[in-house]
Design a protein around this ligand. Structure first.
Ligand SMILES: [Ca+2]
Ligand SMILES: [Ca+2]
Length: 531
């Protein structure tokens, strides 16, 4: 059956345009369904699986957390040897320009899981659990929920939703198959527990109001191997995913395996640190002294109000932090590889869609900023790959959104649209199959009500809630160093981009409202500049 699928796709890829894209897709999917029917009626050929999984493929989603988009080797600027992320690029579509809906964990993950943009859900911040809202968003059928409702074995391991709200989602998963992040019942070691096992003298901290909870360090080299008492939770969750992938199931599965690294605390065994000697670490190429000078007041405030960069630099930890981030990325890449090996060597190989994504990017000093919580490329852009058995391998430069996962998957798996709500994302199946390179509209990322970033093939346009603007020509200025918003030469481009600003701007859902401590919006940052 595998060879039939491959042939039919290659026919499609080389064929003429006698059939329109959607019609072709329907015929192709009908062809797959009839293959399934023949299988059921006459039995599977020797050596082939007898199952309905061809019509309803399995889904494996692999998340990483807080990884700069340019770290994987698949990007030319890749700083880390990531053979397994590269494997993801080699088995399907690698989106070189993918963006989140919100530049932080909870807003981004809620948009992925509900298919609803923050501007409509009102879930903007890390403090907002969507199921606790007093609006429609609390009642929507989530992405895992719609797979559960349609008979899938539905599995969630690790960090899927945002940390604080993971327990809310237990009903979305098949009983016994939800083992969420940092819960002592699910993992041998929580994140804070790891501090007790670091090699002596390797604990790093950064004094400062916003950095005082940051830490990283080196675990002994016998960690994250075979001893179950010496495993970080990402290793443990990978082992769970491996078990699922190594077995046959009586129904298709939908599994999210959410890795926490390379999120802080950057704590991984010594062998990963050794790949990145501190002397080899360079200041990020996106850092430019004085870069904030041409930003409007809200941009400057977002970049530096928490003073993390100043604190990292004065503590002498800039390169150490980058080293630890790289080591953590190498570690998580290896976990991804173990999971992919289990898929490729197991009985589900031929009928499993694989998605790889990161919830947000990460600053390491670019624009004198650290972490996420901003509307620039460094935070909004994320690695993103989708592979569908039999579909072509390609790199796609069209800007796409992680919100597109929900509508794309229900199309690929032939599930009905959710009855509870409309989806804001775009179905990417036409791009995945090579029929189209168009998404149809630019990507919108939003950070707090009223602050938006529009990204198309060439530009990023940012508009803050007080009307202040930034405009970057990414083709000419990949690090967004030159704000062109006031340059009349770009007035037309800016006006065109502004047409994609949202018409709806939902209020923050409650409870709880945004609680961001030192990052809480400072209204003064949005007041006009005093001359
Ligand atoms: Ca994150
Ligand atoms: Ca600048």
């Amino acid at each position: 059956m595998k060879s039939s699928i491959t042939q039919s796709v290659s026919l499609k890829c080389t064929g003429t345009s006698l059939l329109s894209g959607p019609m072709w897709r329907r015929l192709f999917l009908g062809f797959l369904s009839s293959l399934f029917l023949l299988n059921v009626l006459y039995g599977a050929p020797a050596g082939e699986e007898k199952s309905g999984n061809t019509a309803r493929p399995n889904v494996l989603i692999l998340f990483v957390d807080d990884m700069p988009y340019q770290l994987p080797k698949v990007h030319q600027a890749g700083k880390v040897d990531t053979p397994n992320m590269d494997r993801l690029a080699d088995r399907g579509t690698w989106f070189t320009h993918a963006y989140n809906a919100a530049p932080l964990c909870c807003g981004s993950r809620t948009a992925i899981l509900t298919g609803v943009h923050p501007t409509r859900s009102g879930v903007y911040y890390n403090s907002q659990g969507y199921r606790r809202a007093d609006t429609f968003i609390a009642e929507v059928t989530s992405l895992p929920g719609i797979f559960r409702d349609n008979g899938y074995l539905t599995i969630g391991y690790g960090k899927v939703a945002h940390n604080a709200f993971l327990a809310d989602d237990i009903g979305d998963y098949t009983p016994g198959y939800y083992k969420y992040f940092n819960n002592p019942e699910n993992v041998t070691h929580t994140e804070s527990d790891l501090k007790n096992y670091l090699l002596p003298g390797t604990l790093n901290t950064v004094p400062g109001p916003a950095t005082k909870n940051w830490w990283w360090g080196v675990l002994p080299d016998d960690w994250d191997r075979d001893d179950p008492t010496k495993m970080q939770q990402d290793t443990q969750q990978a082992n769970r995913a491996i078990k699922v992938l190594s077995e046959k199931h009586d129904r298709p599965f939908f599994m999210i395996c959410g890795f926490y690294r390379p999120h802080l605390p950057w704590t991984v065994p010594e062998r990963y640190y050794k790949k990145f000697p501190i002397d080899s670490i360079e200041i990020p190429e996106g850092y430019l002294p004085g870069d904030l000078d041409d930003l409007p007041k809200p941009g400057r405030w977002i970049a530096s109000n928490r003073k993390e960069h100043a604190d990292v630099v004065s503590a002498g930890k800039w390169k150490s932090a980058i080293q630890a981030l790289y080591a953590s990325t190498a570690y998580v890449d290896e976990q991804i590889g173990r999971v992919l090996d289990a898929l490729d060597d197991g009985p589900n190989h031929g009928d499993t869609i694989v998605i790889f994504a990161d919830d947000n990017g990460f600053h390491t000093g670019e624009k004198e900023h650290w972490l996420k919580f901003a509307l620039w490329e460094q935070t909004c852009r994320v690695p993103f790959a989708i592979s569908v058995p039999g579909y072509p391998t390609q790199r796609v430069d069209t800007p796409v959104s992680l919100m597109d996962i929900y509508p794309t998957l229900i199309d690929l798996c032939h599930l009905p649209a959710p009855a509870t709500h409309d989806l804001d994302g775009v179905d990417l199946t036409g791009i995945l199959s090579g029929e189209s390179a168009e998404r149809g509209r630019p990507v919108l990322s939003t950070y707090g009500k009223g602050n938006h970033s529009i990204r198309n093939e060439q530009f990023r346009y940012i508009r803050y809630r007080n009307g202040d603007e930034e405009l970057y020509d990414l083709l000419d200025d990949p690090h967004e160093w030159r704000n062109l918003a006031e340059d009349p030469q770009y007035g037309e481009a800016k006006a065109e981009l502004a047409k994609s600003l949202p018409e709806i701007e939902a209020e923050n859902t409650a409870p709880p409202g945004p609680v961001m401590t030192s990052a809480t919006w400072d209204d003064e940052a949005f007041e006009p500049e005093k001359e």
